[in-house]
Structures are given as C-alpha cells and as structure tokens.
Design a binder for this molecule. Structure first.
Ligand SMILES: [Zn+2]
Length: 296
C-alpha cells in the first residue's frame, strides 16, 4: 500500500501500557478474526462467549492458553515487561493503524454521507476490558457494538504473517477494514437485524446468520480498498496488495482453520464462512467498489 504522510485518525486509543492483564498464558489465537461479541452473547451470555472463544482458540492453536476459567475474571500477568502506563505500541504500527483508520473514515463518509460516524480503535496488549466484556488477544480483533469500538492487539499482525502465512500491509489493513465493516453494519441496522434473526433461530441457523454478517464485513473491506485514494485521487492499493488480502481471507476461513486444528470440517459450526466464501466476498467488494453489492 502506498501510505505517505497522510492524515492519522484521532479516533484511536492506545491502552497498551494500561492493559496486559490476562490469564497469564502465552500465545495469541486469531481464530476469531472479527468476532462480534454481542451477537454470540445473545445466545450464550457473556460468560459463554469467553468460553466459546477460548475453547475455539484451544482447538485451533498448538500453543493454547494457560488457565482460561471462562468466567472473565482477570488476574494480573506476571509477564509484563514494561512499566505500567507506558505504551508498548511500535510507532510505525501506530502510524499504519491510524492512517488506515483515517482512510476508512474518508471512504465511508463519502459512501454513506451523514449516516457515517467514525468508530474508535482501541489498541491493547494481551487483555483489556471492553464494552462487551474482557478483550483477550486470543479472541482476535473484534468490534463491540455496545461501545462502538474496535479492539485490536496488534500482535495479531504477527500471527497473520507467521502462523497464517499471510504477510503484507494490506493483509493487516483488511483486518481493520473488516472490523470497520461491522461498524458500518451497526450504523445501517444490519447487526440489529441479524440479532433478531438469531434470537429465534436454532444454533445452526444462528451460525449461518453470523456467517452472512462476516461475509458482508469482508465485502465492505473490499469496497473500502477500492475507494481508498490519497488526496491527489490516486489509489493507495499497489500491485500485489489485493493478493495479500486474498491470502489472509483464505487462511482464516472456517474450513481451513478447522481442518488445521481438528482435522475435520463441521459446516454447521461455521461462524465466518469458508475460505472460498471469504475470498469471494472480499473480491466482490473490491471489484465493484459499491457497498450495494454487499448484500446481507
Ligand atoms: Zn467479523
């Protein structure tokens, strides 16, 4: 991506120095790229969310967490190496995240006009208290509709390039743009609509609704990328960028993750869509640049 000295968004909170509370375990998950907590919470309660997400993490990770009790009780981590209160965020990562965020504000304000109000991105480290309960690195980045904020442990970017073999700046921007896509869904009433559908659905049907929500967010990420242009009107996407996003979308499909973690694939349990579906959604949005192609 071609990012120079563009505007950096001020809708950004760096709490990396104030977080770091956690279960004391190691490793990151990332199985749940784009978890949307309250949607699941409506089915299982907030405690259930944590159990579910961590359960999924243990399944999908070779590392595993220390002792996830599932109750959301935070215990101080003994592994914190920086003084409390001091940011642990790398300045270049901070710049990248805030510039991408600024581009999402420009694009969605243009596409939605006055209907768009920016989301805030919270960068935390290891664990933090979100408006939707405890945020844990293992959950992967997520959007919380209750406080309308995105929670991101930027260590997830390392996971993307190493564990998921999806390196590159656009792979990372896709993650942010996907979460902003959930914010767009929130503003457009799609999340409420999905919530209502799930309230009277079976578990398998509820998961299918969740997949549609996630695929629309992928499609919105593609729409964003197609419309992200610098002040001179030149696209910020460069040769090879889109392929980086497609690699990430492929790596974090439910079928791929399940095959890696448990050897088998259980379609009824999918919550984000298959690799092929996620790639198709991202591509559809990118090719057209029109949010109307991203039907829920
Ligand atoms: Zn998502």
């Amino acid at each position: 991506m071609r990012l120079g000295d563009e505007r950096e968004s001020s809708n950004f909170e760096d709490v990396t120095g104030r977080s770091g509370m956690g279960f004391g375990g190691g490793g990151l998950g990332g199985g749940g790229l784009g978890c949307l907590l309250p949607l699941i919470a409506s089915r299982f309660g907030i405690g259930g969310v944590i159990v579910l997400v961590i359960g999924y993490f243990i399944l999908s990770s070779l590392g595993g967490l220390g002792g996830g009790s599932g109750g959301g009780s935070l215990v101080p981590s003994t592994q914190q190496s920086t003084p409390a209160g001091q940011s642990t965020l790398d300045p270049s990562t901070r710049r990248f995240v805030t510039q991408v965020l600024a581009y999402t504000e420009d694009v969605w304000s243009k596409l939605l006009g006055g209907r768009y109000t920016p989301t805030t991105l919270v960068a935390y480290s290891r664990a933090y208290q979100s408006g939707c309960g405890a945020a844990q690195s293992a959950m992967g980045p997520f959007y919380c509709p209750t406080d309308k904020k995105i929670y991101l442990d930027t260590a997830f970017f390392n996971e993307l390039s190493q564990r998921f073999q999806a390196p590159g700046d656009f792979a990372q921007a896709y993650v942010i743009a996907h979460e902003v896509g959930h914010h767009v869904q929130d503003l457009e009433g799609t999340l409420d609509q999905a919530h209502n559908l799930q309230a009277r659905a079976s578990e398998a049907e509820g998961n299918a609704v969740q997949v549609r929500v996630e695929l629309q967010a992928d499609c919105y990420a593609g729409v964003w990328a197609a419309n992200a242009k610098d002040p001179e009107g030149r696209p910020i996407m460069e040769q090879g960028d889109f392929e980086e996003g497609m690699r990430a979308a492929e790596a974090i499909g439910d079928d791929t993750l399940q095959r890696q973690s448990q050897g088998t694939v259980v379609p009824d349990s999918f919550t984000h869509g298959t690799s092929a579906q996620r790639m198709e959604a991202l591509q559809r949005g990118y090719k057209s640049g029109d949010p109307n192609v991203c039907k829920f």
